[in-house]
Design a binder for this molecule. Structure first.
Ligand SMILES: Nc1ncnc2c1ncn2[C@@H]1O[C@H](COP(=O)(O)OP(=O)(O)OP(=O)(O)O)[C@@H](O)[C@H]1O
Ligand SMILES: [Mg+2]
Length: 331
């Protein structure tokens, strides 16, 4: 039986993982710098850090493919969080790989340590020595979300690159390719909301798009803004405005009911409403003091929710904060 590599069934984040550095969007400076290192034959140890879904893993894998081509399997060791990351792995697996010389191929081997901030500090410590010992024929690339969770001595051995959240235009470029390849029908408003709501996380954008496609009744239906908001679990600005209007105009009980109905029907949590309020607050003309009062109040409520405060009390507190700030606004 011939085993076919079926890319069709893969989740889109894997199906559309950049296969070359040219397909990595929105990290142009980093891509051109690491490319230059490779062309000059002066690749240092690398540290890529930054928020999830910004292309760290994709960039190093694409770079390794560019360097090694078909020899990738022999020259690259990938270790990621699903592996056992204790001290033994570092001592044995890395040592074994790094110390065997390739007789026929010149150049260095590459060890990719994905999610290195999850490694125990003992393992990180023993890595310092290993990096120094094998620098002659090996380069390390350390990937992490938070540089501060890494041993400073480890960080200082690497050239650092911070992957910032991907710009909306770059998210748009990648999304546009996927839309064409998957022959999706999607409104331009929906694309715009998707790119904004992804907040620089390309993985999130692709996953939400795939979820929307899956929820279509008929493959020929169009994906609209509402579906994007539903899949991402964010409150639609229209719903937030309706709730806010009710708090401003209605008396207490009906405001409370409007919030409860919105939460129930849209499947939102109070915390989603809070972020919604904060993001549309800029649209309202308010005295600075009022704005500060509302923001301070909402942030206290957010903290209380994170400490498992009662939903009923916190919902009432939201109404109280906004109503009382508006009373002061009038004075
Ligand atoms: N800059 C980018 N250009 C194109 N696609 C990207 C980019 N960044 C991320 N992606 C897409 O998102 C998916 C996840 O990206 P990747 O695994 O590289 O993120 P990461 O930065 O390693 O995140 P994490 O910190 O969670 O490991 C990729 O498979 C790819 O489809
Ligand atoms: Mg990664």
């Amino acid at each position: 039986m011939v085993i076919q590599k079926n890319r069709e069934n893969l989740p889109w984040v894997e199906k559309y993982r950049p296969s070359s550095l040219d397909e990595v969007n929105g990290q142009n400076d980093i891509v051109s710098t690491v490319r230059k290192f490779v062309h000059e034959g002066k690749l240092p140890h690398l540290l890529f850090y930054g928020p999830p879904g910004t292309g760290k893993t994709s960039t190093i894998i694409a770079l390794a493919k560019e360097i090694y081509g078909s020899n990738y399997r022999n020259m690259v060791l990938e270790l990621n969080a699903s592996d056992d990351r204790g001290i033994d792995v570092v001592r044995n697996q890395i040592k074994e790989f790094a110390s065997t010389m390739q007789i026929f191929s010149k150049g260095f081997k590459l060890i990719i340590l994905d999610e290195a901030d999850a490694m125990t500090s003992t393992a990180q410590n023993s890595l310092r020595r290993i990096i120094e010992k094998y620098t002659k024929n090996t380069r390390f690339c350390i990937l992490a979300n938070y540089a501060h969770k890494l041993n400073p001595a480890l960080v200082s051995r690497c050239t650092r690159f911070r992957f910032s959240p991907i710009s909306q235009e770059a998210v748009n470029t990648t999304i546009a390719t996927v839309i064409t390849k998957e022959k999706l029908k999607i409104s331009s408003d929906a694309i715009e909301s998707l790119c904004t709501l992804a907040r620089g996380d390309m993985r999130k954008a692709l996953n939400v798009l795939q979820a929307c496609k899956a929820s279509l009744q008929d493959d020929n239906d169009e994906i609209d803004t509402n579906m994007i908001y539903n899949c991402i679990g964010a409150a639609h600005p229209k719903d937030i405005e309706a709730v806010l209007d009710s708090i401003l105009q209605d008396e207490w009980t009906s405001s409370y009911n409007t919030i409860s109905i919105c939460k129930r029907e849209k499947g939102l949590a109070l915390i989603d409403l809070l972020s919604g309020f904060v993001s549309i607050l800029n649209k309202y003309e308010l005295k600075p003091a009022t704005r500060i009062e509302i923001l301070r109040g909402l942030s206290d409520i957010e903290y209380a929710i994170s400490k498992a405060g009662s939903d009923k009390i916190q919902t009432s507190a939201v109404i109280a904060v906004i109503k009382s700030a508006m009373e002061h606004e009038k004075k």
